[in-house]
Ligand binder design. Structure first.
Ligand SMILES: Nc1ncnc2c1ncn2[C@@H]1O[C@H](COP(=O)(O)OP(=O)(O)OP(=O)(O)O)[C@@H](O)[C@H]1O
Ligand SMILES: [Mg+2]
Length: 500
């Protein structure tokens, strides 16, 4: 199939998604693919409010709108069998994401649409060009510019959170720091804070975003993690970096320049009341790194992610009948050879789940493969325990129960808040499984959905009154970025904290 690819290329807040959605709206049949449930939901709501019937498809929800010819989905859910007039693939630079990149690569290579609109920064423009040359697709590039300038405030906050102002978004890179910052601001100033971080359900993030955007309340400061970099419409005047290093699952590293740019770029959205976007740091000694990041051109990405489909793993496994699933995966990763433009995506999550389920009886190879993609939090033993329970029930051919009570009310301390987050995450996993497997095996999807909605509400209520010290899970010191000979050490991957 010869397709026309249109690349809307530019920095944050330059109207890329808006432009692509104009074409999507006009199409007879269209699909929008976003990086997060939150974005898929935004597009779904927006289209339906404009009178363009649009369905929603994510791992956790299937909302079929009668007569709809449009669908808004998360990137992993895109069909490569259906035909479309227009497909939009948002945040295309995520092709280079160490873990999830394969989903974007698959969409670009596989989606059957006459016109494909890609939205993203320039980092993957060159490689998209190469891919289009190989597939024989026509490529057109639209360069987009920011609507409002982004300026650095050299004064910084001089190390004192008392200097926050209305419309500020303070960015920190761990949950613990976010609550510390919120506590300090609310204790020492008249401002109240909304919070946004990866472990919050999309509905709660949206509620917090609305609270912040709405000018008729006292919540005029936002404290957020890098989860703020994508997907929300926020009226931010100034982005203040609390620090510029984060834990990447292995060690503390400086935040990559691309991510710093994307987050800083959230300030000064078109349509907001602020004439320019501003960005700065809390501490003077971080300012130079911020300026350096903003000055850096976008990295040119040389390789994008791939991961095998089940059918490929299955035919590989057929050659190795004595190996169990974790070993097959390891052997596959060890044996596969990829040509210069691709890398095999990191799959620690998959390996960990595959190992955990190894002793579970009654699962086919395909069941094992599918369970590995369930949205479990592999760092949370409770989440892993429930996944093991769901898989064991499935293996024994008994319907999986939710086996979890509703909390009595909103959280009164941080451990209750963490408990709400975990409960929501487990329910979200149940919903995902109920769509992935037979209905009879996960029959309580409706109940899980209702409970998840109530818990997202409780989370929202809890955050409004949260003024407690966060649970200490890491050491409290402010980590300093470590340098190497060529300046700042860069992390090995672009892994971001999209914990959905
Ligand atoms: N031509 C336009 N007319 C009216 N509003 C617009 C127009 N273009 C963009 N906007 C608005 O400006 C804001 C930023 O646009 P958009 O979200 O498309 O930017 P983007 O480049 O995709 O940013 P990001 O990198 O954050 O995804 C949105 O609120 C959007 O609705
Ligand atoms: Mg966009």
């Amino acid at each position: 199939m010869k397709r026309k690819v249109v690349y809307h290329c530019g920095p944050t807040n330059s109207g890329k998604t808006y432009e692509a959605l104009q074409r999507f709206k006009e199409a007879k049949k269209g699909i929008y693919c976003g990086p997060l449930r939150l974005l898929a939901m935004e597009v779904f709501d927006k289209m339906n409010s404009l009178g363009v019937y649009c369905s929603l498809l994510t791992g956790q929800e299937k909302k079929k709108v009668p007569f709809a010819n449009h669908v808004s989905c998360t990137i992993e859910m895109v069909s490569i069998d259906e035909m479309y007039d227009v497909a939009v693939i948002d945040e295309i630079q995520m092709m280079a994401d160490a873990t999830r990149g394969f989903a974007w690569t698959r969409a670009l290579l596989g989606v059957k649409a006459d016109e494909i609109h890609l939205c993203g920064d320039p980092s993957v423009l060159d490689i998209v060009r190469k891919i289009c040359a190989e597939t024989g697709d026509e490529l057109e590039v639209h360069h987009c510019e920011r609507f409002k300038k982004l300026e650095v405030e050299a004064k910084t906050l001089l190390g004192d959170l008392k200097n926050v102002k209305s419309g500020d978004c303070v960015v920190a890179f761990s949950r613990r720091e976010i609550f510390e910052v919120k506590l300090a601001i609310e204790k020492n100033t008249k401002h109240r804070c909304c919070v946004i971080y990866g472990a919050l359900p999309p509905e709660t993030r949206r509620q917090q975003a609305n609270l912040f955007n709405d000018q008729d309340n006292e919540f005029d400061v936002l404290v957020a993690s890098d989860a703020v970099g994508m997907g929300l419409n926020l009226n931010i005047r100034r982005v203040v970096f609390y620090n510029l290093s984060k834990y990447n699952g292995d060690k503390v590293v400086p935040v990559p320049a691309t991510q710093v740019k994307q987050i800083a770029g959230r300030a000064g959205r078109r349509g907001s009341r602020f004439p320019v976007g501003l960005t700065t740091t809390l501490h003077l000694d971080d300012l130079a790194y911020l300026i350096e990041c903003l000055k850096q051109p976008f990295d040119e990405i040389k390789k994008v992610g791939l991961f095998p489909f089940f059918e490929q793993v299955e035919s590989f496994a057929a050659q190795l009948p004595d190996l169990n699933f974790p070993k097959i995966l390891a052997k596959f990763a060890e044996s596969c050879r990829l040509d210069g433009m691709y890398f095999l995506c990191k799959h620690d999550h998959i390996k960990k789940v595959a190992n955990m389920l190894e002793k579970v009886k009654g699962l086919s190879l395909q069941d094992r493969f599918n369970f590995c993609f369930a949205p479990a939090n592999i760092r949370d033993p409770k989440s892993m325990y429930h996944l093991l329970r769901f898989a064991s029930d499935y293996g024994q051919k008994v319907p999986a129960s939710i086996a979890m009570g509703m909390p009595k009310g909103s959280a009164r301390n941080d451990s209750e808040l963490l408990d709400l987050e975990t409960k929501h995450q487990v329910l979200s996993m149940y919903l995902w499984l109920s769509h992935q497997f037979d209905y009879e095996r996960f029959p309580h999807g409706k109940k899980a959905e209702a409970m998840a909605t109530d818990i997202a509400d409780l989370l929202g209520q809890s955050l409004i009154k949260a003024n407690w010290k966060p649970e200490t899970r890491q050491t409290a010191s402010r980590p300093k970025p470590r340098k190497n000979e060529d300046g700042y050490e860069r992390p090995k991957s672009l892994i971001t904290s999209y914990e959905e």
